[in-house]
Design a protein around this ligand. Sequence first.
Ligand code: P1T
Length: 403
Amino acid sequence: METGPNPNTFVRTLNANMKKSLRFNSKTIHGGQEPDKAYGAVMPPIYQTSTFAQRSPGEHKGYEYSRSGNPTRNALENALASIENGTYGLAFASGLAAMDAVVKLLSPGDEVISTNDLYGGSYRLFRRIFEPFGIHFHFVDMQDPGRIEAAITPKTKLIWVETPTNPMMNVIDIKAVSAIAKEHHILLAVDNTFATPYIQQPLELGADIVMHSATKYLGGHSDVIAGGLVVRNQELAEKLAFIQNASGAVCGPMDSYLVLRGIKTLHVRMQRHCENGEKVAEFLKGHPGIEQVYWPGFKDHPNHEVAREQMNGYGAMISFVPNGASYSDAVRIVEALKVFTLAESLGGVESLAGHPASMTHASIPREEREKSGVTDALIRLSVGIEYYRDLIEDLQQAFSVLK
Ligand code: P1T
């Protein structure tokens, strides 16, 4: 039997808010969770099933088909809603699948204003998938929210903010953008992948939708691809749940379990990520061979004041440019790293290094990416939770390849 949005999903999600009063570090563990109904399992079983028995057509125990709803996925959706201080969570097969669902709220002719510096795959989704369907995207430097106002037309239906941005670590003032969005009745979505709700809670700052690549810090162990959305408004939740079911890019039960397990230690990992991030950023800033370091924790970062106001820590994502380095110099450095792994992705317990121009941002045309600062020599680090001295020594030895 084909299913539409299941109203039970929302009843279950609302139950998650019984634990609303808990503080963040407790919500990561308990938020929206209750012992499994069958045997009281403390962690939700991995309900690896496509379908659920019905006694009579439409008469079932709350689930009928795993694309429309699955108890393990639902436990994750409740956890997502809880940690983002939202009401409704939706889990997807990837971060891009979650974004795809948001853009499908729109119609041909609608316009979107997006951060100009963002994950290359997000840019590709907007430009290569949705633009041919008649949705128009304007990429704007949102460090000055006034530029957003200038790009609004009567057709603008969505503002898409990524903050901090990937990979330039610009910080966008969510409250200021939210005021503009509200004045013009435009939906505001924030990609909270880099910060996580440990550091920043966009719904509290006025966003309508929070999006995650749960592949990153929420999962935390580089072992799963998943995405999430969280909203407060029921009508919006129902529209997104309809798209989630109708388009079908749902998070599978095993993947839901892995993300849920990751979320339980989010606060502990993030605390260490932030400490290590600061140590590595300071090391890079003090290194004579490094020309530029991008990290919002520096007092001279152009958006430091906004970061200090809206973030509860500065994270562990850092980009930098070695002195006078070329494309091949940057490649030689990332090849020489031994503790940092050269790999796409971020947010796992292990430190990763990347070369955006050839990896994560290769899908953005060169002149576009260079406009936002993603030059050939830029290197991006996702600082993990190893002992920080090992990370600094690894960078030190890798820089010596340029001598
Ligand atoms: O990879 P996926 O789970 O589909 O998430 C896409 C995505 C969305 N938003 C941001 C800010 C992201 O960083 C990503 C994925 N980013 C990488 C794979 C990367 O290495 O930057």
